[in-house]
Design a protein around this ligand. Structure first.
Ligand code: G3P
Length: 221
């Protein structure tokens, strides 16, 4: 399962990228808005920093305008992936983009039925929003498992990207469900690496090592 960062913060991206585990980035208008800079500048920094897929979201509502914006976004870099929403206009624009060989990520997907539509237009990625399904008092992981199973049974090549992940167990469960990609905020990445027994184990190793050095010094070895 590829791991993506769900952020538009170049500092967060640089930090996690340095770990060697980052395969891509997803952005949306809310995340870009938090940077308080021109979207073009924000996207350029991210596209230059990350070697993998970077999703850039369309903001036009109507199919023709969305298609034109999608073409412009795709031209920004070879690793740009165009995000379109799961709406009739998004499907229409998305189909035109995929027909031209442009990689799209169909976003704001909340049901297996919507995921089938995304696959049928030849989307490169489909993004079910797990946490937001949970927020609506439903079972986001159940929806993800159904989507993965349907794609498997039907032989759809569209990659399943588990989005709106809120904690490390969401990432683990997405991997078990068979998601191709998990995108998560910076704080979930930092929680994934942490374990109290790792910290305690390291402290003990450090102390034992220092004790050995002191013993050798004392013995004049
Ligand atoms: O990638 C989609 C994601 O940004 C939504 O996450 O936490 O706003 O539901 P959240």
């Amino acid at each position: 399962m590829r791991l993506f960062l769900d952020t538009a913060s170049i500092d967060e991206i640089r930090e996690i990228n340095a770990w060697g585990v980052l395969s891509g980035v997803t952005t949306n208008p809310t995340l870009v808005g938090k940077e308080h800079q021109s979207p073009d500048e924000v996207w350029k920094m991210i596209l230059d920093e990350v070697h993998g897929d970077v999703s850039l979201e369309t903001t036009e509502q109507e199919a023709d305008a969305m298609y034109k914006q999608g073409v412009e976004l795709a031209q920004k870099a070879t690793n740009a992936v165009v995000k379109v929403p799961m709406t009739p206009d998004g499907l229409k624009a998305g189909r035109r983009l995929t027909d031209e060989g442009i990689k799209i990520n169909v976003t704001l997907v909340f049901s297996p039925g919507q995921a089938i539509l995304a696959a049928e237009i030849g989307a490169y990625i489909v993004s079910p929003f797990i946490g937001r399904i949970d927020d609506a008092a439903a079972d986001g992981m159940h929806a993800l498992r159904q989507i993965c199973e349907i794609y498997d049974v039907q032989g759809y090549e569209t990659e399943v990207l588990a989005a709106s992940l809120r904690h490390p167990m969401h990432v683990v469960e997405a991997a078990l469900a068979g998601a191709d990609i998990a995108t998560m905020p910076y704080d979930v990445f930092t929680k994934l690496v942490k374990h109290p027994l790792t910290d305690a184990g390291l402290k003990r190793f450090d102390a034992d090592w220092e004790a050995l050095q002191a013993e050798l010094m004392k013995g004049g070895a």
